[in-house]
Design a protein around this ligand. Structure first.
Ligand code: UDP
Length: 457
């Protein structure tokens, strides 16, 4: 039988693109013919650079460009969030993709898409007798909340003071669910309402998660206790980077000079900028902690707009005082190469799900400072798994966290022996599971690839 021909369809932003490209590389390495649908233009420069680097490393993977039609007059996110504006545009343009996908040769045997476009992809799959899958780009626990949101918002879920009692999952504090998700007029509500029903029609829901982080949630989803009739859940994580992790990349000579596990890496992901007054408190906290640091500083959601230089933001005197203690970078870094560096001993992170899985895979303890979206639930996963500490400092901008408090928490993480041991255990376990031919993950990927093959007519 011919190998599967699989199209992968990520949505807007690095948070979605990253796991999709990693899965695409994994499937191609196992003999699948792979096509990746890429958005044109991308919102961030990071996305377009990442896509270029991916296709130059994988010339055998097909690139299918898709240009969603933006309707500026109708957009609810104009001047608010360019990434959400693009999701909106994608949702309104999906009909344009059908002929593009139908024209691929050889014909597709399966499509794996972001949840936000699942309904259209299910329809296309059913019309063309191929299989549809969803790749969830968040934690299994946040995904569970998403699929339960319509029920939560119409009072169909039991609530106690401050908590929701989720079927199959137990209590989740309201304070961990981003307020905009509990607003049924939010644009995401419409996306959820239209896509949730097809989660029982797809052949599977793939997660970049794994048992050391989320065994109970994955089990609960698979048992039908969270929502009945959910398609089978497959935990394929943590997905490997498709780039070389042993840096040929000019990784700061400064980092090479630092003692093992002595440096705190600080980054809030690809689209999260702290408010300016909070950036200044973080600056003070890093200095006061006395800990070595490598800080990737962002002041704007979209990288192309991030123009102010480090000196102007943080001040010459800070940079002068801390020139031996740390380095501040403005711009894109190869995070997985940094996390793999032996000098890195901690990660102050917003807990985007890719960042969590990268740190878990590479054994770097996390200081979780969640700010938005799925991040508090992801932070809870980190804390429960024992691979980090969670500083619950409210949603972005809700409170101004003082430099002194930040310094204390940083010291706590960098000296948390139990957390470091656990993080190293998880790293060792992941290595073992990944290297085992005939092991659980190998079998899971093998059976997925069998299912991606053309359906018998
Ligand atoms: N990332 C990176 N360099 C940066 C910032 C981010 O390589 O300077 C990568 C990071 O390794 C992760 C992705 O971008 O794979 C961000 O995804 P995540 O889910 O962590 O957070 P998001 O940016 O979606 O909030």
């Amino acid at each position: 039988m011919a190998p599967p021909h699989v199209a992968l369809f990520p949505c807007s932003g690095m948070g979605s693109l990253t796991p999709f490209l990693r899965l695409a590389a994994t499937l191609a390495a196992r003999g699948c013919a792979v096509a990746v649908i890429t958005l044109h233009p991308t919102v961030s420069a990071a996305e377009s650079d990442y896509i270029s680097s991916f296709f130059s490393l994988h010339p055998h993977i097909k690139r299918v460009e898709f240009q969603p039609q933006l309707s500026l007059e109708k957009s609810k996110f104009l001047n608010i969030d360019p990434f959400l504006m693009q999701v909106e545009a994608i949702s309104n343009s999906l009909h344009l993709l059908d002929p593009i996908l139908a024209a691929l040769s050889p014909p597709l045997s399966a499509i794996i898409s972001d949840f936000q476009v699942a309904r259209s992809m299910c329809r296309f799959a059913s019309n063309n007798s191929i299989s549809a899958y969803v790749l969830a780009t968040t934690s299994a626990i946040f995904f569970s909340i998403l699929v339960l949101l319509p029920k939560i918002n119409n009072g169909g879920i039991f609530q106690e003071i401050g908590h929701l009692q989720l079927p199959g999952l137990g209590p989740v504090p309201f304070s961990s669910i981003a307020p905009q998700l509990l607003d049924s007029n939010h644009f995401m509500s419409a996306i959820l309402d239209s896509n949730i029903p097809c989660l029982s029609e797809v052949k599977g829901i793939l997660f970049n998660s794994f048992s050391e982080l989320e065994s109970e949630t994955i089990e609960a989803l698979n048992s039908g206790r969270v929502i009945p009739d959910l398609a089978p859940v497959l935990a394929l994580g943590p997905l490997n980077s498709f780039e070389e992790e042993k840096a040929p990349y000019n990784l700061l000579p400064w980092l090479d000079e630092q003692a093992p596990e002595s440096v705190l890496y600080v980054s809030f992901g690809s689209r999260m900028a702290l408010p300016m007054n909070q950036i200044l408190e973080l600056r003070d906290g890093l200095e006061k902690s006395g800990c070595k640091f490598l800080w990737v500083l962002k002041t704007n959601k979209v990288d192309k707009d991030d123009k102010e230089d480090v000196q102007t933001i943080l001040g010459e005197s800070f940079l002068e005082r801390t020139k031996k203690q740390g380095v501040v970078i403005k711009g894109w870094v190869k995070q997985d190469q940094i996390l793999a560096h032996p000098a890195i001993g901690g990660f102050l992170s917003h807990c985007g799900w890719n960042s969590v899985t990268e740190a878990a895979r590479l054994g770097v303890p996390i200081l979780a400072w969640p700010l938005n979206g799925d991040q508090k639930l992801n932070a809870e996963v980190v804390e429960k798994a024992g691979i980090g500490l969670w500083a619950d400092w409210g949603w972005r901008g809700e409170v101004l966290v003082a430099g002194d408090d930040i310094a204390k928490k940083i010291s706590e993480l960098m000296t948390a022996a139990k957390v470091r041991v656990k993080a190293n255990e998880v790293k060792a376990k992941v290595r073992l599971v990944r290297s085992e031919s005939g092991g659980d993950l190998d079998v899971l990927l093998g059976s997925l690839i069998d299912q991606l093959k053309p359906q018998e007519k």
